[in-house]
Design a protein around this ligand. Structure first.
Ligand SMILES: *Cc1c(COP(=O)(O)O)cnc(C)c1O
Length: 387
């Protein structure tokens, strides 16, 4: 199909929910994407943090192909080897006790919300309020939209759910939302969608203590900042805190849809038979691929990510018209004088794919991006932003 044909048919047949950039990606290799005209791009978006080991990652592809040739779907009424393997790998990596698999970040968070409410209700009767943070993002389902602490997401689809409160990311903010009905506090250690905001470590430590003292569950939404992205397998490790529930998705699947809700000690047995479920969740092909992702979060890789992130950031700071650089590891937010969408469009024209996040330009390159590719990306960013 010709490129313009794709544009036309997309407009005609696909719901109008995405303001797409005018490009049709058709192939790639590592940190390089190719479009329908054969033009090459450096990928600093990874399909919003998904292709973390790059396009055409052989290790992942081989595992997926092998599984495709065995069995393609098993419903959750029966046992599944790849699902067990992935859950065991996640438990080993993080210390969590049990995992529930869904198909997306929103579903992972739905599971966390249900787990937290059930934990509070089981133990304390009517304890089911969840505190989330201002400027958070937790997904697009009604519950996760409600959990999202941004007014912009709270229109059109009402009525929204009861039982959510939005706190400033300070202990004062938490106290002002806290009631005897609070069952959980849900945070992103690095808020992705609202502009790559890294939460204050001291705040996170105090929040952890606050939650522990009251038997309130601490939920880390690591859908975006998890899976090696920040130079830690999961970003809560950077903060030195121990959450009760961790959700993740995006990079975990390496390119296939998957979401995971990891339950730590306190709530490992919160669900009983029939309390939660999904048809597709933990699909064997997605799980077989994800196992090869999780296996690669070695100390060496994570150190490399930290180093690349620091190099990227230090060089962006020097670019003229850059006001600030935020982020952790290879999750980077850039504040400039220019509208982020315009920067993203100009970068795309020059062969660099970047994202925006609220008022910032956002970079989520693959963890395997090379120094040469980073330098090439910096050159384009410099041309576009300093102009
Ligand atoms: C992307 C994202 C979600 C939603 O994930 P989907 O897979 O799009 O449902 C939830 N939380 C955070 C922090 C995210 O970045």
């Amino acid at each position: 199909m010709d490129k313009n044909n794709v544009f036309e048919n997309d407009k005609r047949f696909i719901a109008n929910t995405y303001a797409r950039f005018p490009v049709v990606f058709t192939s790639g290799e590592g940190a390089i994407l190719k479009d329908a005209d054969g033009k090459e791009y450096i990928d600093c978006a990874t399909g919003i943090g998904v292709n973390i080991f790059g396009i055409n990652d052989e290790v992942w592809k081989n595992a997926v192909k092998a599984q495709i040739d065995n069995i393609q779907h098993v419903c959750n009424l029966y046992y599944s080897e790849p699902q067990v393997e992935l859950a065991a790998a996640l438990c080993k990596l993080t210390g969590c006790k049990k995992v529930f698999f869904g198909n997306s970040g929103a579903e992972a968070n739905e599971c966390a919300i249900k787990a937290a409410r059930k934990y509070g209700n089981d133990r304390y009767g009517d304890r089911n309020e969840i505190i989330t943070l201002k400027d958070s993002f937790h997904g697009r389902t009604i519950a996760t939209l409600t959990a999202t602490g941004q007014d912009a997401f709270h229109s059109h689809f009402g009525p929204f759910l009861e039982g959510f409160k939005y706190a400033e990311p300070t202990m004062r903010g938490i106290y002002s939302c806290y009631t005897e009905k609070t069952c959980a506090v849900m945070i992103e250690v690095v808020q992705g969608e609202s502009g790559v905001n890294v939460l204050d470590r001291q705040f996170l430590k105090e929040l952890e203590k606050f939650c522990k003292e009251r038997d309130i569950l601490l939920i880390c939404d690591e859908v975006q900042c998890g899976n090696g992205r920040t130079g830690y397998a999961y970003a809560y490790e950077w903060a030195g805190i121990s959450p009760d529930i961790v959700t993740t998705a995006k990079g975990l699947g390496g390119g296939l849809p998957i979401g995971a809700c990891m339950l730590f000690d306190k709530c490992e047995n919160v669900f009983g038979f029939g309390d939660h479920g999904t048809t597709f969740g933990g699909n064997p092909v997605a799980c077989a691929g994800a196992v090869t992702i999780v296996e690669r979060f070695t100390p060496e890789l994570l150190l490399e990510v930290q180093g690349k992130g620091a190099y990227f950031k230090a060089n962006i700071e020097h670019i003229k018209n850059v006001r600030a650089v935020s982020g952790l590891g290879l999750m980077i937010g850039i504040t400039t004088d220019k509208p982020p969408r315009e920067v993203a469009e100009k970068c795309l024209e020059r062969g660099l794919v970047v994202l925006t996040a609220h008022d910032k330009v956002r970079l989520l390159p693959p963890l395997i991006i090379t120094k040469r590719q980073i330098d090439a990306a910096l050159k384009i960013l410099n041309e576009v932003i300093s102009q």
